[in-house]
Write a protein that binds this ligand. Sequence first.
Ligand code: HEM
Length: 418
Amino acid sequence: MNPNSRIPKDKCPDSTLRLLKEGYLFIPNRCHIYKSDVFSTRIMGKKVVCISGATSAEIFYNNELMTRKKALPKRIQKTLFGVKAIQTMDGMAHKHRKKLFLSIMSKDRVELLNRITKSLWARHAKEWTNYDTLVLFDEAAKVFCKAACIWSGIPIKNADAKILAKDLTAMVDAFGGIGLRYWKGRLGRIRTEYKMKQIITKVRQKKLTVATDSALYKIAFYKTPSGKLLDPNTAGIELINILRPITAISTYITFGALALHQYPKYKDMIAKNKLDPYLFAQEIRRYYPFGPFLGAKVKNDFIYNNYYFKKGTLIFLDIYGTNHDERIWKNPSDFYPERFNFWNGNPFNFIPQGGGDPSTGHRCPGEWVTIMLLKSSIEFLVNHLSYDIPLQDFSYSLRRMPTIPKSRFIINRVKHRP
Ligand code: HEM
């Protein structure tokens, strides 16, 4: 191959509808057809180069080659992330803002969040014994949303936590949605940004007192490199960047409960201390689909795999395909938590929450939080909760982004075993 090899081009003049139809498999399908980790296509009329695999992830997280500026469509900013949030930033300003997020996730603070979450699981489980039937996804979202608020320093009543959990979940669900799904996410964001802006203002006016190491305090009084406080709306948006993803761990819990049901051997092994729930949590993050791909733009022209990447080109990095790449994972379609005993810890070959170094790039700062909460919640489901699982539709569609088992995991006759 010479350095001027042409990037394989998707045949369809515009693949937007195909992306919506094929969902998580859109990039892996074409990598398979073109026998390449790289191909170009058109989405919403724009040229996009899709890349997959560990080596591609390393390129994607090279700050000299890629930028996030103008890479995120406005529709995603207006639902999932918020306009001009950390996800859209670059360079020094991004690093500075990222330091704020990482300081919120200190070891002690993450352990505190874990304790709060565990005690909320226990408290809610006692209430669930009064109900015939529950939807685990909805209940987990309420638990995580409340835990996130208490931990962050946001005062919240039970009834408000229910609404907030729904709004935060709707923001995530809007990702690949059109019509009602999109508008629910948009409305959820408008309502939540308004509430968070008011809370930030109250803290700044000392009408609400919070611990100085809480997320609310740190975000409210964070100063940009130019020494200015964030405007209250942007501060509210960054606070949502804490609450929304913690609440979204409910998706992994739902898949986790499904895995315990479909692979009972692992439930038994966790109960008998024969399998570290950490391994189980990691395999949930690898095996089940959540984020499908990430977007960035080429910052400076470069050559990769003998292909020329031109400045300004939009790039999609395939998360789902990389986590199921046969070159990295033996039998990727098997659910096999033990595989993580042999994982080499490469920051680019397992990317459910992004790759590279979280302090210098865009990798998720909440990865350890996610693993810890997922691990302790799975232990709770196994060791402290018994429930019946009625007949229901557990299937999840790889066409829907984000996806979830259709029934969202219905349980009944719940019993709490303290
Ligand atoms: C449900 C589990 C989670 C998933 C699947 C997830 C996934 C991701 C992904 C794919 C990214 C983008 C990485 C990139 O752009 O390169 C990201 C970024 C981010 N996540 Fe998470 N995340 C989760 C949990 C969390 C938690 C618990 C927090 C905070 C408490 C959090 C806060 C953030 C923030 C602030 C960013 C933006 C980082 C940046 O742009 O520098 N996430 N996450």
